[in-house]
Structure formats: C-alpha cells, structure tokens
Design a protein around this ligand. Structure first.
Ligand code: HEC
Length: 642
C-alpha cells in the first residue's frame, strides 16, 4: 500500500502554504498499514534460531530485515521527529524493546512478533559494550565519607527566578566579561547508554541535581562531577528538578515531571519519592516544562505526545487539551486545573482511513509557568491546535489567577493554526494546515525602570511580543528578530534584564514558510522600551552541511550573567556573548568524544531544549539531543574560570 513517495529531501516543497516534511509521508506509509499488512518475513525468525551459536548470526540478519521493513523509513532520516538510527544504537536492547512494547513505538511495532522485536533491538543496540547497566553505575561514585553541602540554594529552577528571566546576579555568580573569556573544562559526566541529555541542572550548595533519559535522578558533586547518590525512577525525565529549601536554606525536596505525565516529589534526606501524581488522565499526557514552586504550591505545565500519535491514520485525532495544574506541594493533591481549550472535544466526522476525528484539541503548555506575584497571576505560552475546530487560546499567552486558575486574559498571536505530526499528507493532517507556531519559550516578566511591567513572549514564528499586564495583555510593541519556522524562531527560552531582552533564534534552514528570507540563527538584543534590535550576532554554520538537522541556531534557552549571555547551539557550540554588543567572548565545542569522570563512554552532540546554568564561578551545560534526528550525545559538562 504505497501512496506516498519516501524522500529524504526535507527541503522539498509540496504546498506553498505551510512547510511539508517529505519524510513524514514515509512515516505515514508505514503507519498506513505496511507494518501490519506485510506478512512476517520468512527470514524474520527461522526455526534454526532456537539452537546454538548460529542464533546470533541468524537473528542479527533477521533484525536487519525487520529494521529495513518496519523502522528504516523513519529512522534513516525520513521522519522529522524520529531519532536517527545512530542515536538508537546508543540505547540498550531492553530499552528498544520496551519502547516497542510500552513506549512511544507501540503503534509502529504493533505488527511485529515478540521475536521480531527482540531481533531488531539486538540488531540496533551497541550499548552493552559501552556502558555499565543503567542506573547502577559503580564507577564515578564520590569517595566514601564525602559530605556534601545542600545550601544555600543557588539555582532552584529552570527559569532562575519566578519570572523566568533566566538572569543570575552577583549573589549567584562571580562570572563576568573578564572571567567568562577564561573558562576551562573542569569535568564531564556521561549519562550511561543515553542518546540525549536535556535536563537543565539545579544547584544547592556544592550539589548538582540532574536526571536522565531512563528516569535516573542524580545528585553530583558540582565541583568534581562524582556521584553522591542516584535514584532510579520509572520514566524519562526531561525537565529540571525543582529544589525546595527548608527553613535553614538547605535543599530538602526535589519536584519534577516525567515523560508519562507524572509529577513527583522526592525527599532528599531519605532519597525516596514522597508522592507521584498524574494530574491529567489523558493517555498521551507528558510533562515537558519544569513545574514552578511557590509557597507550598506547585504549578505544572501540561503537554502531550498526541501530536506524534496522530501520525497513525487510525488514531482518533485528537482529544488532548493543554492545561496548567496547581498541586499541593505537600501531598500532590490537585487544587485546580485549567484547560487551555475551554470546550471538551466532540466528534467531527471521519478521516479518510475511517478513524473518528475529534476537536477542538491541542494548545499544549510546554514551558515553565511564569509568576507575577504583584498581580497574583501566572503566565504561560500555548502551542497550536492539533485538530479542527481551532480555538481561541492556541499559540497564545494566557494569564491565570494564581489562587483559582481562572483565566484573566489571553493574547492570541496566531489563530487557526491547526497542525500535527501527520502533516503534510497523513489521514490526520488537518485541512488548511497551520505553520505550528507555538509559544514554547515561557513568557518573561520584567519591571521597567520608569515604572510599568512587560510580559515578553517569543514565538516559533520569529516574532517577539511585549504585552502590558496592566492592560489585559495589550501589545506594547512587537519585533521579528528571527525568520521563524516549525523549530523556531524563538524556541525554548529567552533571557532579560530590566532594559534589554536577549532572544536566541534557532531558524533551522530549509523550512518553506518564509524560506525566501535569510536565517537569523544566533543571538539578538532588543531594547525593551521600543522593541528595536540593538544588536544581532548571526552565527556561522560550522556543520559543514546544509541539513536542517544541524545548524548554528540557538534553539536552547540562553542565560544571562552580569555582562555576559551564555548560549548553546544546535551544532553543539557553547558560547559566551558580551551583553554590550553581542561579540563572542568564549567558545567551546562540545560536539566530540570526551573522557568522563564516571568512566562511561561520552560524546556530545547537538544542544537543544536545556540551556546553560551559571552558579559560583562555574557554567554547566548538557550536550546531545536525538529528538529531531539531531546529533545524539550523553554529556553534562562543567567549566570554571579558576
Ligand atoms: C512512522 C515513523 C516511525 C517508524 C516506522 C518507527 N519509528 Fe521509532 N520513532 C519515531 C519517532 C517520531 C520517534 C520519537 C518519538 C518521541 O520522541 O516522541 C521514535 C522513537 C524511537 C525510539 C526512541 C524511544 C525512546 O524511548 O527514546 C526507539 C527505540 C525507536 N523509535 C525504535 C523503533 C523501531 C525498533 C522501529 C521499527 C520496529 C521504529 N522505531 C519504527 C518514528 C518511527
């Protein structure tokens, strides 16, 4: 049943209106029934596979056959969201099997027998030779008797302040223009068997908290990278571990969300989970952004994987609605939950494969909530609608009452933006497809020196908006530092002080929408009074390729220290920029192999979704990101200027 041509050329354009990822047609081809309708290959599991040495050879061949038949169309570069095969090889075979049995590959592997799943997993995985078993690494432990400090809390959350300014002052760091230029590598930690590293660290005393793709939580010595303790939890963790201090200022608890939509509270002293709650029952729920803690309440951004599930033409698309939930930090009890699409989805007819369609849906919240304590408000950004009908709070900034969750106002930057991963041409791709211009980066709240406040919102479209929180989010100014695209524009986060906004811009190449404009991949400074661009540093392409999978773009969030902005690019370069004029003060290439303090083989790759962390005289950054076929890697790196 071949309907669409598979093409690796993602720059090819089918429609003028929105981007078209040729690769997704390949994806649809498989999801459209090829896996389940293809008779099991005669090579797949020959009878001789049950005996002797021959098994290995035979099943390896069988694995290759399964891979070519059922996986290659997406994982050899055909599907934009799929990790490349090279990234899958880093994973243990058990993880590949569990992805097919319980994880995100359930649908894709539904036509395979258990033996075929084992065979393809063994064929792909090169992990056993590389690393100790997940979570139970003995190498890299701190010396017995080493006692760490858990206070004061230096970096408690993703946004580095309740306003998501991602700016740290002199009370947190000694780094500045002079010292940033002298940074050198201190240690490198590798997450065993991992293909990505995307948890932005938090820091209390000399302890660094992070977590990995397998749900292992780590407390490391921030000075040396040795492991103080680790705790295995069940699912991938992608957001920062939020630190709560006790009355004496010592880190007491961690809060975090996971890939399966669970939120957890972890007691540091006993190293045990106090509670685990899944505030949204939808099966496709995930937590992408870090929760935000304030006075005993945890504000949780709720996002979903349904955008990917929709690739299957038989999936009833779509019923998930983005939300924000407020949980009691003590117990996990839900105080309130507010959907970003107010109406519940209803039936909207059948798609061309006969699956029922539902809507409205979407408007996921995938950034950490921003708090406005003076006005008792929460600001979040939302993503696109997944299905028709479109709703009025997709691609919006939404202001909620902190106490009740009531929506006070919203600003919709783009209406009628209906998109999911079945586009451009799958059965679940909505008609009149939108460009998928989410607000992935959380709003940044600043008080202006002359009075007044601004809510700053950067969109994947490349636009930045300044909204007035005293006037129901009225637009004060807008600017367009980026060309924009489905991967941003502004993607994961901006940073600001009272006068200047620093907007990292991804602008990956080869997206049809606005493709006639040159990419502005790099860092841009905007005057908060007017929105005027003060300076731009558009970075050179060091990838040596034209692929959209690698670029100098700053998709990851940036971080502001006094006089210096730290930014990390999709090609794995970590940089310090002068806040005065944007010139590069320091560059470090993380995109290579490193010796690691825990003895695990480590390599960097693309940097995306998590930004640099600055504390004391040190800078911490993760490297490796396989999600969109970018360069896999498994590192946490630490630098200091001493
Ligand atoms: C229709 C396209 C498609 C096909 C076919 C497909 N995959 Fe995937 N795969 C994806 C996408 C997209 C992701 C990323 C999902 C995400 O991160 O949400 C992925 C992710 C994965 C992951 C990483 C999961 C994790 O937990 O990190 C593994 C392992 C994987 N696929 C294995 C396979 C195997 C084995 C096959 C063949 C049996 C296969 N896939 C077939 C699209 C596909």
């Amino acid at each position: 049943m071949i309907r669409f041509q598979i093409s690796g050329d993602v720059s090819s354009r089918r429609t003028g209106a929105s981007f078209s990822l040729a690769g997704l047609w390949g994806a649809l081809l498989v999801l459209g029934g090829c896996v389940s309708s293809t008779p099991p290959s005669s090579q797949a599991m020959p009878e001789s596979a049950s005996a002797g040495v021959a098994i290995v050879q035979v099943s390896a061949d069988a694995g290759e056959a399964v891979y070519k038949r059922a996986c290659a169309s997406c994982h050899d570069g055909g599907a934009s969201q799929a990790p490349l095969r090279a990234a899958l090889t880093a994973l243990p075979a058990s993880r590949i099997v569990s992805s097919m049995e319980q994880g995100v590959m359930r649908v894709q592997a539904s036509g395979l027998s258990p033996d075929e799943r084992q065979a393809v997993a063994r064929y792909l995985s090169r992990a056993e030779a590389n690393a100790p078993a997940q979570g139970v690494t003995q190498a890299g432990l701190c010396p017995a008797g080493e006692t760490g400090r858990l206070g004061p809390v230096l970096v408690s959350d993703w946004g580095m302040s309740s306003r998501n300014t991602r700016a740290v002052g002199r009370e947190t760091t000694s780094l500045g223009v002079e010292t940033a230029a002298r940074l050198s590598l201190k240690w490198v930690f590798a997450f065993p068997n991992a293909s990505r590293a995307r948890v932005q660290p938090t820091i209390a005393g000399d302890t660094l908290f992070t977590a990995d793709q397998f749900g292992v939580v780590y407390a490391l010595n921030a000075k040396t990278g040795c492991i103080r303790w680790s705790l295995a939890t069940e699912r991938e963790i992608r957001s920062s571990l939020i630190v709560e201090a006790d009355a004496a200022g010592q880190a007491m608890r961690l809060y975090f969300g996971d890939y399966g939509g669970w939120v957890h509270a972890l007691d540091i002293q006993s190293r045990s989970l106090l509670w685990s709650v899944r505030p949204e029952a939808h099966a496709q729920t995930t937590i992408t952004g870090a929760p935000r803690l304030h006075e005993g309440v945890l504000y949780v951004p709720i996002s979903s994987l349904e955008v990917v599930a929709a690739m299957d033409g038989k999936y009833p698309c779509c019923t998930f609605r983005g939300a924000v939930a407020a949980l009691e930090a003590g117990t996990g009890a839900v105080r309130w939950k507010t959907y970003m699409v107010s109406e519940a989805p209803t039936r909207q007819g059948l798609n061309r494969e006969g699956a029922e369609m539902f809507g409205p849906s979407g408007a996921p919240v995938w950034g950490s909530p921003t708090l406005d304590l003076a006005r008792r408000r929460i600001y979040v950004g939302t993503g696109e609608n997944y299905s028709h009908p479109a709703s009025d709070k997709s691609d919006s900034i939404v202001a909620l009452d902190m106490g009740t969750g009531r929506i006070e106002w919203s600003f919709q930057a783009l209406g009628q933006d209906v998109w999911n991963a079945a586009c451009a041409n799958g059965a679940n791709c909505p008609v009149n497809t939108g460009p998928d211009y989410d607000f992935g980066a959380p709003p940044v709240l600043v008080d202006r020196p002359g009075g007044g406040s601004l809510v700053l919102a950067g969109q994947k479209s490349g636009y930045v908006y300044a909204l007035d929180p005293n006037r129901q989010g009225a637009v004060v100014w807008k600017a367009k530092p980026g060309r924009g695209g489905i991967m941003g524009g502004v993607h994961w986060g901006m940073t600001a002080d009272a006068n200047v906004l620093y907007a990292p811009v991804s602008d990956l190449t080869a997206y049809p929408q606005d493709a006639h404009l040159p990419p502005q991949s790099g860092l841009h400074a905007l005057d908060l009074a007017t929105g005027r661009i003060l300076w731009s540093n558009v970075l050179p392409n060091t990838c040596g390729e034209t692929s959209w999978r690698c670029s100098p773009g700053l998709s990851a969030p940036a971080t502001l220290a006094p006089g210096v902005i730290f930014g990390a690019s999709l090609d794995g370069q970590l940089r310090a920029f002068a806040a005065s004029d944007g010139r590069v003060l320091w560059t470090f290439d993380t995109n290579k192999e490193f010796e690691t303090v825990n003895g695990v083989r480590g390599a960097g790759g693309g940097i995306d979704s998590a930004g640099p962390v600055v504390a004391g005289d040190a800078v911490y950054a993760v490297s490796g990101y396989d999600r969109f076929g970018q360069k896999a890697g498994n590192l946490l790196l630490a630098f200091s200027a001493d």
